[in-house]
Design a protein around this ligand. Structure first.
Ligand code: SF4
Ligand code: SF4
Length: 714
């Protein structure tokens, strides 16, 4: 399309008082603007109307708005069908630099040049939309989490398919006698209510249930997953739109807990076995079938122990309290003894804990069980030290219950069986011990496989009530991804983005960097190694763009050329002016808002920096670094999110990849005979804005020490 470019400069919020606006406006025609206007309140009705009127009446179809941060007023400046770039003169210029100063003016002028250069190269996004999107959600796991997710999906008017490996729905709740209290005063255990829930599912016409079934394969992409379900009657093929993974947990293998006497003494059982006993009506000793009158519980039987499960299973303390009430309910003369490392009963469960404390038949103490022995009558003799009572204790129990922990089903079972180049399961983080939690920053349901949402205990240990909440959230996400891909929009974290990476494959050398580095498994490969995109899996991070040595991957509004044009438009002063220029590639997720926060708090820093927002630090192609240095830029900061296993990167691996790639930039610097210190990677979180002055000013000092770029003026 032929562009008609309008440059609009706001003079409100202190911009007009701190800058020579006339000078900035006069740059417009040279930068290709057919219309240049200023306004004292561009985000007000009149200001916004002025722009819209030029679009409607003057044929303006490309707009640069030099005003506040793009992170605010995005609704006011949302101009459908118009190429739009926001130039941040407020937070990044006048609120963080000295007013009416030559350097501040130069900074503003460069940002206007850079924004204008970008809009001239940008194009309108063309959303990738595919036909025949399925609006059915596959729910794997028919326990309370899966049941709740499926009911949520069905109540919202969508269809759900449940695949459950057991012969009936209900999961672990089928084995439970009672559940923890869910309502005030949080003192009484409650009926599980699972039968009614199962009935609700089986009578819902929008839910199809496969029991004694597993998922054999999931191929394709959100909106168009081809799923093979293995059933007793043979494989069933179906197409679904998204997946809720709700396969829950299994108990920790108690045979590894010999030190607690499990497997050695018949009257040592696990909390799961005890729950089944209660459900079956009798709390009896396995050794002789006599009623258990004195029941001891040992908390953290394997949990929070590097030799077993290093994590807290979160529900075992409340579960033992609940099971102590069973002891008391079945026989008011019976006694329960609970020995714990710490009693962890968060939230309202503290009230349940208090009610157990008030029961004289439930004895609770912190303590280490140092020895367990058995007498001739199969009673268990417990030696307990470091108790709250000050001295050691000896307790004789009819029955010992080990509060064992939860292990996610994903720890060693193939469940999803994704037909992805990058493997059949969810990428695992050591940090999460096999739980399907991706540590996906800012949104807990997201996994690194677009359209697959985990919920319930498979994600992290949690109670039934928490799993129900979790399942509802996952159901909503599963619906959201279907509706998003149906109109070609991305989901978290670039929710709503309509751009999509385009691959100019004629020049692809099959180097496989993009297919290997895409954190979301978007790119499969053909037999030669050419990427085969699955567009609906894409999160639009641009990491493939950063990876590609042939520079053949681009978005309509974010490409090698667009960013390189912005870099080239920077007015680099000659050596004699002694004004260094540092370019910062700034991640739009945390680092860019941190700079906004600095502006809002009027934190000042060196004005010789120029920032380019990037989708992810992983989207920075090394050619931008090389181009910048050849253009006389003195130093480059790459500011992104924390990386490593406990990452904060919004695209999982982006900032880590950037760091790895930049170690390779060394070669480029050597070729240009430039010092490696000219490029520095910084990890910055959104709340660390107060560190910006020391980061920027410290780097400027380093550049002064090294000396200005010898390529200046070439
Ligand atoms: S790297 Fe990012 S932008 Fe590229 S294909 Fe993968 S998800 Fe999409
Ligand atoms: S990184 Fe570029 S050249 Fe390499 S396989 Fe991907 S598209 Fe082809």
């Amino acid at each position: 399309m032929e562009k008609k470019f309008g440059l609009y400069i706001c003079t409100g919020c202190g911009i007009g008082e701190a800058l020579d606006i006339e000078k900035l406006a006069n740059m417009g025609p040279q930068l290709g603007a057919a219309v240049v206007k200023t306004h004292e309140f561009l985000c007000g009705d009149q200001g916004a109307q002025m722009i819209k009127s030029d679009i409607q009446n003057e044929g303006v179809n490309t707009v640069a708005i030099a005003a506040c941060s793009p992170r605010v007023n995005f609704d006011v400046f949302n101009l459908p069908g118009v190429i739009t770039e926001r130039i941040n003169l407020r937070e990044h210029v006048v609120w963080s630099h000295t007013p009416n100063d030559e350097d501040t003016q130069m900074l503003a002028a460069d940002y206007i040049r850079m924004g204008s250069a970008k809009v001239k190269k940008m194009e309108l996004p063309e959303p990738h939309v595919e036909d025949d999107i399925s609006r059915t959600v596959l729910v794997i796991g028919g326990g309370i989490t899966g049941i709740t997710a499926a009911l949520g999906v069905a109540k919202a008017g969508y269809e759900a398919v449940i695949v459950e490996k057991e012969p009936q729905l209900g999961g672990f709740m089928n084995k439970m006698y009672k559940k923890l209290p869910t309502s005030w005063p949080f003192e009484k255990v409650e009926e599980t209510g699972i039968d009614a829930k199962v009935q609700e599912v089986t009578s819902n016409p929008n839910i199809k249930v496969y029991t004694s079934a597993t998922v054999e394969a999931i191929a394709g992409q959100p909106g168009k997953f081809d799923v093979t379900i293995g059933t007793n009657g043979g494989p069933v093929e179906t197409q679904i739109g998204s997946v809720v993974l709700a396969t829950g947990w299994k108990p920790y293998d108690a045979s590894k807990l010999e030190s607690y006497g499990y497997g050695q003494y018949p009257n040592v059982v696990t909390n799961v076995m005890f729950e089944e006993m209660a459900k079956n009506g009798q709390l009896t000793r396995p050794s002789d079938g006599r009623p258990a009158k004195n029941v001891a519980f040992i908390q953290c039987a394997g949990q929070r122990d590097e030799n077993h499960l290093p994590y807290c299973s979160s529900v075992c303390c409340a579960t033992s309290l609940k099971q102590a009430t069973y002891v008391r309910e079945k026989d008011p003369n019976a006694k329960a003894y609970i020995f714990y490392k710490d009693m962890r009963t968060p939230g309202q469960y503290e009230l349940f804990y208090k009610s157990a404390q008030n029961d004289t038949g439930i004895f609770l103490t912190k303590g280490n069980v140092t020895n367990i022995a058995e007498d001739a009558s199969n009673n268990l003799l417990l030696e307990v030290e470091d108790t709250l009572l000050g001295g050691p204790l000896s307790v004789s129990a009819d029955l010992l219950v080990l509060a064992t922990g939860m292990v996610p089903t994903t720890a060693d079972e193939a469940i999803l069986n994704l037909q992805y180049r990058q493997g059949p399961g969810l990428p695992d983080l050591e940090l999460f011990n096999g739980f399907a939690d991706s540590n996906f920053i800012c949104f807990p349901y997201e996994t690194r496989r677009t359209g697959v949402y985990s919920a319930g205990v498979v994600k992290m240990p949690q109670t039934i009530a928490e799993s129900v909440d979790d399942a509802t959230g996952a159901a909503l996400k599963a619906i959201q991804v279907i509706e998003s891909v149906a109109v070609g929009r991305a989901v978290h974290p670039r929710a709503g983005d309509e751009t999509y990476p385009e691959f100019f494959l004629q020049r692809c050398t099959q180097c496989k960097r993009c297919t290997e580095e895409c954190p979301f498994g978007t790119l499969d490969e053909d037999e030669k190694g050419t990427p085969k995109p699955n567009p609906n899996r894409c999160r639009r991070c641009g990491i493939c763009l950063g990876a590609c040595p042939e520079r053949i991957i681009s978005f309509k509004n974010y490409s090698i050329d667009i960013v390189a044009s912005a870099v080239k438009s920077i007015d680099v002063p000659g050596e004699e002016e002694n004004k260094p220029r540092v370019l910062a590639f700034v991640c739009e997720n945390d680092a860019y808002p941190a700079f906004d926060m600095a502006g809002i708090n009027h934190v000042t820093y060196d004005p010789n920096i120029r920032m380019i927002p990037v989708r992810c630090l992983g989207s920075v192609n090394t050619v931008w670094v090389a181009d910048s240095l050849s253009n006389g830029i003195d130093g480059i900061l790459m500011i992104g999110c924390k990386y490593g296993d406990d990452y904060q990167c919004h695209f999982a691996k982006g900032s880590e990849l950037a760091s790895y790639r930049m170690s390779k930039v060394q070669e480029t610097l050597n070729r240009l005979v430039l010092e490696s210190d000219r490029v520095q990677i910084i990890q910055l979180a959104i709340n660390e804005y107060d560190q910006i002055p020391s980061i920027v000013n410290g780097f400027m000092e380093k550049i002064q020490e090294i000396g200005l770029n010898p390529y200046k003026g070439f």
